[in-house]
Design a protein around this ligand. Structure first.
Ligand code: NIG
Ligand code: FE
Length: 415
């Protein structure tokens, strides 16, 4: 067993419910706290001195079985973060798209003039396996440095069997080289590729019959995503596709209501684990989503990258929904990759409590990935936590990402 501490504060999030609004007085803050871990799991979180006495059993010296990891300066600890929506396997970049948007061109105009998702597809197809792996690991390390130890990563810039598998195999290879938990999602239904000869319905069938069986066979992903939007896939064909993907045994997540409302309903109807984006969701659909088991994922990085409005996070929480917040890190709409900055900015615009934001990037986003073993510092959970050099947890969001994580622990060990 190992005791890490003392911490000026430990924010456990242990008492918080999975859904609905939260106030900061619901937070359990342990002062002068310690975290007792064994075999990668939390044994107990509590008063440091009491845990120390317990560990050393009446004055015995620390030994191999009972170790002390002493924190000599003032730090706080919180559960490590889960980023439940990223697209960090990609080649090239879209700096020119960003500049064009800011010069007045729309997302669609840019896509039509050779930018957009299709340009990332071409760069990703042209990238070597080594290059993709290298840049993906660099991005994983950047997320880890922020205290994000669980990362969802989508395919979707390959858009044919060979290149979708190349992306998903890159994630699988990256998993063997990082301590972070990676959760792969097959987003072959990101866009109908320009070189596919056939209708979008035929492309969706191609995914179902050619890509997903291979994904399953190689155990490359357990989740399937689709971009339902005027410029991508239409509601009815998408719904049929998602039911079929579900019948193949995949969990479902949806890029929903980014510019046009309606698709969050489909996400709920097909029993999706999450509906992500929701910038354009209408009130009636917010209510429908908030009553469901489907997690509503806000992606403030996409709002900031595109200059679009934020996901109605406040309304979702007030209606009792499960709100997660993720970075959507991708080369097009969300190039930043700094989740804490984004979540903090979302909080200022949507009026979210610290508890709501912390829940949204920990156990609620982990729930969106079906990982209920993390995101709270309580007995039995994974000992993934992050420390900051401060005496007040409020500084994490207050400093809008400029207070950097001091140490990141995965399964009890500092990485
Ligand atoms: O989540 N909306 C669709 N997909 C991505 C953007 C992908 C891109 O522009 O490359 C998103 O915002
Ligand atoms: Fe996305």
């Amino acid at each position: 067993m190992k005791l890490t501490g003392p911490f000026a504060q430990i924010v456990t999030l242990a008492q918080l419910p999975l859904r609905g609004k939260l106030t900061d007085d619901q937070l359990e803050i342990i002062k002068n706290g310690g975290i007792l871990t064994e075999d990668g799991k939390i044994v107990e979180v509590g008063n440091y001195e009491e845990l120390k006495t317990k560990l050393l059993e009446n004055g015995n010296a620390p030994n191999e079985e009972s170790r002390l990891e002493f924190i000599s300066d003032t730090q706080i600890a919180v559960p490590a973060f889960t980023d439940s929506h990223t697209h960090i396997v990609f080649g090239g970049n879209r700096a020119n798209d960003f500049a064009m948007r800011n010069s007045g061109k729309t997302y669609l105009e840019i896509a039509e003039s050779g930018g957009g998702i299709w340009s990332s597809v071409q760069h990703t197809r042209n990238a070597s396996v080594e290059e993709l792996l290298k840049t993906t690991l660099e991005r994983i390390n950047f997320l880890l440095s922020q205290g994000i130890t669980t990362i969802e990563i989508k395919s979707g810039y390959g858009l044919d069997l060979e290149n979708e598998l190349k992306m998903l195999r890159t994630i699988q290879k990256a998993q063997s080289l990082t301590k972070a938990t990676l959760v792969a999602t097959c987003l072959s239904a990101h866009l109908k590729p320009r070189d596919f000869e056939g209708t979008s319905k035929e492309y969706l069938d191609y995914i179902l019959t050619e890509i997903l069986p291979k994904v399953k066979e190689e155990n490359l992903a357990k989740r399937v995503d689709i971009f339902i939007e005027k410029s991508a896939f239409q509601p009815e064909e998408s719904k049929a596709f998602l039911f079929k993907a579900r019948n193949l045994g995949f969990e479902i997540t949806v890029h929903a209501d980014q510019f046009t409302p309606g698709s969050s309903r489909i996400a709920v109807e097909v029993g999706a684990k999450s509906a992500d984006h929701l910038e354009a969701t209408i009130d009636e659909d917010i209510e429908y989503l908030a009553k469901s088991e489907t997690v509503a994922t806000a992606l403030p990085g996409a709002s900031l990258g595109l200059g679009e409005k934020f996901t109605p996070a406040r309304k979702i929480l007030d209606k009792g929904g499960i709100l997660a917040i993720a970075s959507d890190w991708n080369p097009g709409s969300a190039p930043m990759g700094n989740l804490i900055t984004q979540a903090s900015i979302l909080a200022t615009f949507e009026k979210l409590s610290t508890a709501e934001v912390l829940a949204g990037i920990t156990f609620r986003s982990a729930f969106a990935l079906n990982l209920e073993d993390r995101g709270k510092l309580e007995k039995g959970k994974r000992a993934d936590f992050v420390t900051f050099k401060t005496d007040n947890f409020q500084n994490i969001l207050y400093q809008q990402g400029s207070l950097k994580a001091e140490s990141v622990y995965i399964e009890g060990e500092k990485i």
